[in-house]
Design a protein around this ligand. Sequence first.
Ligand code: SAH
Length: 213
Amino acid sequence: MKDTFKHKGLRQQLVNILINKGITNKKVLKAIGEVPRHLFMDSGFIDHAYQDKAFPIGADQTISQPYTVAFQTELLEIKPGDKILEIGTGSGYQTAVLCLLGAKVYSIERQQELFKKTSKFLPKLGYRAKKLVFGDGYKGLPDEAPFDGIIVTAGAPFVPKPLLSQLKTGGRLVIPVGDDVQTMTMFVRKGPKDFEQEEFGEFRFVPLLEDKN
Ligand code: SAH
C-alpha cells in the first residue's frame, strides 16, 4: 500500500478535471486531492484510479466516479462535527472523503463481503468512521438519528421514508432517484412534515437493493 509522488500528481490532475467540471467547494477539492483512491481499488485497476470514472470493486459493485463523489459531497455542505449517514459504504472512498471533511460518519453496506473488507481497510489508512454497519440502507439508522446529512450512493427506485424522517430540521438528504438513470435529488427538511426538494441532473449508479439478508 503505497502513495507516491506520481499518485499525488495524478490526484492533482483529477482535482483540476473536477474544477473544470464545475466543482467549487475548496474543502471538497482538498479532500479529493488527499484520499489515495488507487488504494481503494483492485490492483488491476490501479492505473485507472485517477481517471474521472467509476470502476468495479467486487461483489458486482463500483467505486463511484470522483465527480459524482465531489458533487454529492458538495451538496451536503458539511461543517466539521456534522453527523452524516452514508448508504452504500462500498469501497469506503466516499466515507474517507466525508471523514476528511470532519464529519462524524455512519455508513451502511448490505454486501457482507464489502462490509468486512472495508471495515478492516479504512482504519488502516487512518479514516475512522463513527460506525460502519452491515445492514439495509432503506431503513436508515434510527438508533443514531437525527442526522445533519444523509447521502445515498446507490440508485434508489424511490425515496425511502425512513431516511427523510431521520433528518434534523435543516438537514439534507442527497439521493439519486430512478431506475436505469437517476436524477440527483436533494431534500432539505424545513419542519416535521415540510421538505424542500431540488433536482440536479442525471447520473448513473448501481441499484439500491432491497435487503437480501
Ligand atoms: N460509496 C461507495 C459506492 C459504492 S456503490 C464508494 O465510494 O465506493 C453502492 C454501494 O451500495 C454498493 O456497495 C452496494 O452494495 C450498496 N448497497 C446497495 N443497496 C444497499 C442497501 N439497501 N443498503 C446498503 N447498501 C446498499
